[in-house]
Ligand binder design. Structure first.
Ligand code: COA
Length: 260
């Protein structure tokens, strides 16, 4: 598939989506959000794709936020629709069966920070800067930041970032659990490809079920979540991957998972 504002590489087990508007530090306008939704819908039908990396073009920004020039002209109702469109696309990304790794190569501000939050795993280049500057523009975070940030780093730290519009550098993001790793800029994509490759080498259905188990369970009380896990555990036993994985272990060979 080809897009105006995205580059999508999907011919191998690890797909890469690059937000490609470097002139405006990859800011998200309505078209880019729509294209991201189309890319996500398409990639999840690609059986060869077992993990996805999401990054920004150039070495200055992952995504510097929603496009302020675009938002300046929106009426309140259009702004609500823009937020809802962002929510729908970010939720589709979050619910992709394949794990998604955000490779944060520079500014991840506003919608960019929120986009990284909708990914399963975040890895930062050492020049990464995270922040929710919306209150400085007289608006609030509207692509999930007020909800996903406190769920990830806790309400106290999240509120401080959201109320002050302060930026966190990569080290602070690491200390607070916003990112899993910080690596030198030139090592960011190789590091993420290696990490994604390790995921892609596991039983693909098992990885999908694990993502469903974690994400679904986080919305439930513990007893319901454990019942949810037990059901998905049982479902894994219906797969060819389970037979292959266990046979391969017992026969002391590498498994050849079919993803079924
Ligand atoms: N929306 C629209 N355009 C944006 C943008 C955004 N969120 N972020 C950056 N740009 C544009 C700038 O307007 C500039 O365009 P120009 O060259 O036509 O003037 C270009 O990208 C480069 O940005 P610039 O501000 O010159 O770079 P900088 O290195 O001085 O600063 C930032 C980088 C990220 C600190 C600064 O661009 C910034 O604060 N951006 C807005 C961040 C924000 O508030 N995001 C949340 C929006 S809800």
């Amino acid at each position: 598939m080809t897009f105006e504002n995205l580059l999508v590489e999907a011919d191998a087990a690890v797909a890469v989506i690059t937000i490609n508007r470097p002139r405006v530090l990859n800011a998200l306008d309505g078209k880019t959000v729509r294209e991201l939704g189309e890319a996500v819908a398409w990639l999840q039908t690609q059986n060869q794709v077992r993990a996805v990396i999401l990054t920004g073009a150039g070495d200055r920004a992952f995504v510097a936020g929603a496009d302020i020039a675009y938002m300046r002209g929106l009426s309140p109702l259009q702004a609500k629709e823009f937020a809802q469109a962002g929510h729908a696309v970010f939720q589709a990304l979050e619910r992709m069966p394949q794990p998604v790794i955000a490779a944060v190569n520079g500014y991840a501000l506003g919608g960019g920070c929120e986009l990284a939050l909708a990914c399963d795993i975040r890895v930062a280049a050492d020049n990464a800067q995270f922040g929710q500057p919306e209150v400085g523009l007289g608006i609030i975070a509207g692509f999930g930041g007020t909800q996903r940030l406190p769920r990830l780093v806790g309400p106290g730290l999240a509120k401080e970032m959201l109320f002050t519009a302060e930026r966190w550098d990569a080290q602070k993001a690491l200390q607070t659990g916003l990112v899993n790793h910080v690596v030198p800029g030139q090592e960011l994509l190789p590091f993420c490809r290696e990490l994604a490759g390790r995921i892609a080498g596991q039983g693909p259905v098992a990885v999908r079920l694990t993502k469903e188990a974690v994400d679904g369970g986080l919305q439930m009380d513990l007893a319901s979540a454990l019942a949810w896990e037990a059901n998905l555990f049982g479902l894994a036993f219906a797969t060819g991957d389970r037979a292959e994985g266990m046979d391969a272990f017992l026969q002391k060979r590498k498994p050849a998972f079919g993803g079924k």
